[in-house]
Structure formats: C-alpha cells, structure tokens
Design a protein around this ligand. Sequence first.
Ligand SMILES: [Cu+2]
Length: 275
Amino acid sequence: MAVRKNQATLTAKEKRDFVDAVLELKRLGRYDSFVSTHNTFIVSDTDNGERTGHRSPSFLPWHRRFLLQFEQELQSINPAVNLPYWDWTADRTANSSLWGADFLGGTGRSSDGQVTTGPFAFSSGKWALTVRPDSRSYLRRNLGGAVAALPTKAEADSVLAMATYDAAPWNSSSDGFRNNLEGWRGVNLHNRVHVWIGGHMATGMSPNDPAFWLHHCFIDKLWAEWQSRHPGQGYLPTGNTPDVVDLNDTMKPWNNVTPADLLDHTKFYTYDTGF
Ligand SMILES: [Cu+2]
C-alpha cells in the first residue's frame, strides 16, 4: 500500500525521485493535460450547468480523483514515487526546505516573478509552460507576497471541528466543512495557500506549479482527518440536487467514478500519520 509522506520527512533520494518523475512526465508531454483539465473545471456560482471541481461539494472527491490519476502517472515512470503532502500549518515560511533548490525551488524574482532556482526554473530548460494564462512561458511565484500568513494549526482545527460536510446552496456561499476548507467562507484554508504562493498558483492553471500537488495532497489529508473525527457524518448531498454532484452521481471528466467510490482513501493509499 502506497504511503503518502510529509514532504519535510522525505529523504534526498525520495525528493529526487519525485522531481525526476515530474520532469519526465513533462518531457513526455503527459503533464500539461493536467493543467488544462484543472482549468476547465474552474466555475463561478452562477455559471450554467454542473459545478464539479470547485465551489461545490465534489471539490474534495474531484481533486482526490485528479491527484490519484497524477500519482499513477508518476508511478508509471517510477513505481516507488508517491505524492508527498505539504503541511503548511507547520512549514510556514519561504525558507522551508520545501522551497530548496533540491526540491521545488524558491520564490520568483522581484522584476517579473520568474522562479530562478531549482528544477522548475525556466533556465533549467525542463520546465516551459505551454498551457498558460499569457505569453510568458516561465513559472512564476511570489511567496507570501499577496497574503502575509499561511493558515495556522488552530485555524485548520477550527474547520476540522465543523460537523456538517456541506450545505445548500452547495456553492461558495455554503456553511459547512467543505466550503470553509475550500476557503470561500471563514478562516480560508485552501484558497489562501494558492494566493500565498502566488504566480500561477493563484490562477486556474495552478498545476503548472508542482507545489499544487503537495498543497492538494494536504487538503486531501485534511478531508481524511475530518472523516475520522466525524464518523457519523458523510458526503452531502445524497440525491436529486440540480447542478451538483450527488453522492452517487458520476463526475466529469471521468464519468466512471462517483463521490461514493472515493470516500475511503485507504483503498488507494494511506497517510504516514496512520489514516
Ligand atoms: Cu483545484
């Protein structure tokens, strides 16, 4: 069983293996479809049609399925690689080893936001963006530039304490665990981290930054933690809800997987904290 580890505990070889597998997917032309798929599933509350990937209950199962697919792609390059997670309540600064030249590289330079260190620097010759919001093909970041602080452990705990998974109108104005975790309400966990990193992470094309996977892996872990804290609570809504993915509805773009299929992550992997 694959075990997803905290990035802070990865060995030098594990970091190298992860980075090398990501770079190889990019070289093979199998990375950028993840960027375009993610961007296709950005919606507003008032868009017509179904809300699937964001601003809706299926935010969590949609990203769980999305991460699983990416992890399987990495494992097709190197079976030893699992997604690591970034606990941003603990590793809270731009000086964290996460942003080291041997892992994700650091913040962007002040002139144009271009990441210039690490394997995803444009100058490495291995990380040119093709699915991108403008003509610039270099990865951009501005760590801590637009929002001063990452969410704290106390803030994460306050969201984990919420007993109800989600609530009508099932969008970015809802009460409940999902919307507070996604960050449209309350202390703002997930959205704030995207903005703290800045650059491409603050856009729908956020998977251009490999930090996306480590951030969302921690969001996925928080969902698993919420499930273990609230065993009597489950995914909502359970049926007949217009424009929303109900418990047993299939999710686009896969069309063969439902939230119910994804509730038990231990069918696929576990976390190093024991669940
Ligand atoms: Cu997303």
